[in-house]
Ligand binder design. Structure first.
Ligand SMILES: [Ca+2]
Length: 366
């Protein structure tokens, strides 16, 4: 087993090492960025630190922002470079909803900084890293190829209602309403989500616009990794008209809780599971990085990733479902079940069970 490059002392229940970003100019400067939760005296906060990897050694280079409100819950934490080469940071309300509307607090915001920690001149508030306000616990940010920023955030659970997870189109200086409005509620100056989940809970985490070349039918779609929702959500936006063309759940209950989704440099879509976070039901080999392959691609296995073509989806570790001849075949060792719409219609028992059965039948023949 490989040793980690770096180990950090982190804090929080939902907190921890929550975000990682690689510098767009990594090949020249070897910078990576980590967002994590830490304890200081009696308080819990989050910080963003730049590291430099030289000869396989990770060295702390510079703390870019610290003292971002933190706590056991709602630590936000996704970080990503935008097409403008600025670093965007999603922060949570740390369980303190009024922070989200407070321009003097970095909690419940999307922040935007230069990669050296300085504040860009064109931020909406002078000398402030705040880019947008009124967020509860955003954990997914990504841009489409026209430069539109779309973010996910967890909806309420408690005094302000339940579910109503959100997908928001983020503009500079926008106020996304928490805790004053949720779902379709409106108030002057507050923006509504382009999509919310109503009474359904996704617990949306990482998000990604897919522009890889390996799955053409998914090109340009927005993917959301959901935790409680146990699926990958695929959304087709028409952002020019601020609308949703369609959206659907895929891989429902196939891999458990999903933490993040990302396109690799190889053009494939990768999914990170999150079944070991104390809220899931981990299986052997959890947690895993999954790679989605297009139909008819070859299955390849290696030690670091489980590769899941669309036509072979691992249901559990012993019984993969194989889609063949327009039917689902479940391969549980020597028992093959042919089922239509989940109803087993034909069971084929193969060796060694088949041989034993044949022997028993032969011995008992009349
Ligand atoms: Ca909102």
């Amino acid at each position: 087993m490989q040793e980690p490059l770096l180990s950090l002392g982190v804090a929080g229940v939902e907190g921890g090492l929550l975000g990682v970003a690689v510098d767009p100019n990594y090949s020249a400067n070897n910078y990576i960025y980590l967002y994590y939760t830490y304890n200081e005296f009696l308080s819990t906060s989050n910080k963003l630190v730049r590291y430099q990897i030289v000869d396989g050694i990770v060295n702390e280079d510079k703390v870019l922002i610290e003292g971002i409100p933190g706590g056991p819950f709602h630590d936000g934490g996704r970080i990503q470079f935008g097409p403008d080469k600025k670093l965007y940071i999603a922060t949570g309300d740390a369980g303190n909803p009024e922070l989200s509307q407070d321009l003097n607090s970095l909690g419940g915001k999307i922040l935007r900084i230069n990669s050296d920690g300085t504040i860009p001149d064109d931020n909406p508030w002078k000398n402030s890293p705040i880019y947008s306000t009124g967020h509860r616990n955003p954990q997914g940010i990504d841009w489409d190829d026209s430069g539109n920023l779309v973010a996910t955030e967890h909806g309420p659970s408690g005094w302000r209602g339940t579910a109503h997870d959100e997908v928001n189109v983020i503009i500079s200086g926008g106020n996304y309403g928490w805790p004053d409005v949720i779902g379709d509620e409106t108030m002057d100056g507050l923006k509504n989500p382009i999509l919310h989940t109503g009474e359904d809970t996704w617990a949306p985490s990482g998000a990604e616009f897919y522009y890889g070349d390996k799955i053409p039918q998914w090109f340009g779609k927005y993917f959301v990794a959901t935790l409680r929702g146990n699926h990958l959500h695929m959304i087709d936006f028409d952002l020019q008209n601020n609308s949703i063309v369609s959206h659907e759940k895929i891989f429902q209950d196939e891999f458990g809780r999903l933490r993040d989704v990302q396109t690799g440099p190889d053009g494939f879509l990768y999914i990170l599971t999150s079944n070991q976070d104390g809220r899931g039901a981990p299986k052997i080999n959890d947690d895993r990085i999954l790679r989605v392959l297009p139909l008819d691609d070859t299955i390849v296995n290696n030690t670091n990733s489980e590769i899941i073509p669309n036509n072979v989806q691992s249901n559990d570790d012993s019984c993969p479902v194989i889609h063949f001849l327009n039917y689902d075949w479940k391969d549980c060792g020597s028992i093959w079940t042919w089922s239509v719409l989940g109803i087993p219609l034909l069971v084929i028992i193969t060796a060694p069970v088949g041989i034993i059965l044949a022997f028993v039948i032969w011995r008992n023949r009349k």
